[in-house]
Design a protein around this ligand. Sequence first.
Ligand SMILES: NC(=O)c1ccc[n+]([C@@H]2O[C@H](COP(=O)([O-])OP(=O)(O)OC[C@H]3O[C@@H](n4cnc5c(N)ncnc54)[C@H](OP(=O)(O)O)[C@@H]3O)[C@@H](O)[C@H]2O)c1
Length: 342
Amino acid sequence: MHRRQFLNLSAATATAPLLSGCFGDSDEFPVSLKAGFPDSGFTAKSTAEDVTKGLDLTGKTMLITGCNSGIGFETMRVLASHGAHIIGTGRTKEKAADACSSVYGKTTPMTLELTNFESVLECANQVGALGIPLDGLICNAGISGRKEKQVVNGIEIAFLVNYLSHFLLVNKLLPAVTAAEQGRIVHVGSRAGYSRTPPEGIRFNTLGESNGGFEYDSWEYYGQSKLANALFSHKLAQKLTGTNVTSNALHPGFVKTSIARGQGRLTELAFDIAGPLIAKNIEEGAATTCYAASHPQLAKTNGEFLFDSNVVTVGGDHFMENDALADRLWNVSEEMLGKYLS
Ligand SMILES: NC(=O)c1ccc[n+]([C@@H]2O[C@H](COP(=O)([O-])OP(=O)(O)OC[C@H]3O[C@@H](n4cnc5c(N)ncnc54)[C@H](OP(=O)(O)O)[C@@H]3O)[C@@H](O)[C@H]2O)c1
């Protein structure tokens, strides 16, 4: 073994406990292909290009939140290269425009700052004003838990950005998705949604300023926000049954992106060191999202969870399909959003 390989291996070994602390123990939550769904033939090594090979998406329009970085950028690049018109959102007009102008194909940049409900409404209005059906609505933008608890306008930031503002956006854009021949709503969740949540799934009394009497654990806040993505998809899928719109959630894999920003230097370092060795690259990381958004095999798939470009079942003790929690989350979300939803 070369010295460099040895150093890389040592670094990966040293950082593995920290990263498993982030994502939880995989033995506890075995993932298997879901009965009744064919093996797609794709794997963790499949890229976004692989899963979209031969597809012609001309005439389709899809919105991707967080198009300027990581999984969102690669998803936009690949879907646009197959002919889809991509509405790519960024936190500023410049970020969205820079990202959109750097890919081949038809793109429309839009501003969307998910810590600001007014920005969400403005974005939804602008999309509505285009007057075109949305074949895909890909809720991708997200942040990891912060090193210290951060609250914006009374709402914990991971829950706000990763879930609540997407809940508002999706509800506002449902008419545009329903107007498509076969609309797909894709929620980019995470395995943290079952492996790193608080024991009760979502601690509703920690969604504001209060820690509910618990010690702050940034990964639990991230985990509950990602569980919220899955529960939203689950409940929305039930509401959409019998329509031409589907809702599915997914885990993209552990992908070397900028997601650890804000987690503190130690976690960022762990991602930097171990990322290139054990994580998917961006091309692989965007595969499941592209598959969920565009593959003909999923035209009627609704209310499922995807992993490595396959429909899967996640074993173990978790809340991903818990109807009572999904109902409660929906009601609490409506209360938190109040006038913005009407
Ligand atoms: N990477 C992984 O291992 C992994 C694993 C499981 C799930 N995921 C999920 O994958 C999704 C994409 O993440 P990524 O890994 O590609 O990370 P990334 O490279 O950091 O991209 C995140 C995107 O979200 C945007 N964003 C962050 N805060 C926002 C806000 N307040 N308003 C609007 N947009 C905002 C970012 O914009 P700026 O660049 O302007 O901040 C960026 O475009 C996330 O939902 C994440 O939870 C990732």
